[in-house]
Design a protein around this ligand. Structure first.
Ligand code: HEM
Length: 245
């Protein structure tokens, strides 16, 4: 196929209503010119990162709504919007697999073009990282304090599977899926550049492991251990078999 011919028409004219509404002219110009790519993988590399930024923008925007609806105790809205956040996070994680179709050597060529840029500079990632303390504060005041409830009660001693529990589980899932993104991203890093190398900021990629240990809502994780400790009685004791043997 004649590449130049298809390059010329690939970005469209940008004049039809579909193109105008979606602003395809700007959108499809966000990638380097076809002739500037250092290799045939670079378009994919740019597009995956750009799409991930868009999902993170959507997640951040949606979490602002979640915060408003939690303040109103509008649980149905919170649950629906948290599901949107969860789906977007799953997509973000799934899409990392695209970059595993790029060979380590081709990535090295692209990496030379990144200056000292790092995922840590991602505006979407940074804004999401700032939100959990605010979300927790709103959840605590609206769903717990206002009703004289504690995390322990909604999960254990006063458990009713009520609104507070359902919202807490949605927050927990957000936390878990974010960790999963970090974990799969770490695997991608291992696969692309190895984990013994220095990053473009000069720090070891091992620092990414620290991020994997961050919990947005530690209370929601601690309650599980607390319950296991209190329900499980003592450790090291062999219990009777449920079959009576
Ligand atoms: C071949 C593909 C990729 C490689 C080799 C790679 C490599 C790295 C490395 C080495 C770091 C640590 C940076 C530092 O120490 O300053 C990092 C961080 C990061 N990368 Fe990637 N990355 C890749 C793809 C992606 C993609 C597609 C995203 C999409 C969002 C992404 C998002 C991030 C984020 C958000 C961080 C900061 C993580 C944190 O602070 O926990 N990366 N990446």
């Amino acid at each position: 196929m004649d590449r130049e011919h298809f390059y010329a028409i690939m970005n469209g004219e940008g004049t039809l209503d579909y193109e105008l509404y979606l602003n395809t002219k700007a959108l499809l110009s966000c990638q380097k010119d076809f002739h500037e790519f250092c290799n045939r993988d670079e378009l994919q590399f740019q597009i995956v990162h750009q799409i991930e930024e868009l999902w993170m923008k959507l997640i951040g925007y949606t979490l602002l709504d979640v915060d408003d609806y939690m303040a109103q105790e509008n649980t149905n809205r919170v649950v629906t919007l948290m599901r949107r956040v969860h789906v977007a996070l799953r997509l973000m994680t799934e899409q990392l697999a695209l970059l595993e179709t790029m060979s380590p050597k081709e990535y090295q060529e692209i990496r030379l073009k990144l200056g000292n840029g790092s995922g840590q500079e991602s505006p979407g990632f940074r804004v999401i990282l700032k939100m959990p303390p605010h979300l927790w504060e709103t959840f605590r005041s609206s769903y717990l304090d206002k009703h004289g409830l504690t995390v322990e009660q909604i999960y254990n001693s006063g458990y009713t599977h009520g609104g507070a529990y359902v919202v807490a589980e949605a927050l927990c899932e957000f936390d878990e899926l974010f960790q999963r993104f970090r974990y799969v991203h770490y695997q991608l890093v291992e696969r692309s550049i190895g984990t013994g190398a220095k990053s473009l900021k000069g720090r070891s990629v091992e620092m990414l492991r620290e991020g994997q240990r961050v919990r947005f809502f530690p209370e929601l994780w601690e309650i599980r251990s607390h319950m296991t400790d209190t329900w499980g009685a003592s450790y090291g004791v062999v219990r009777d078999s449920i079959g009576g043997h």
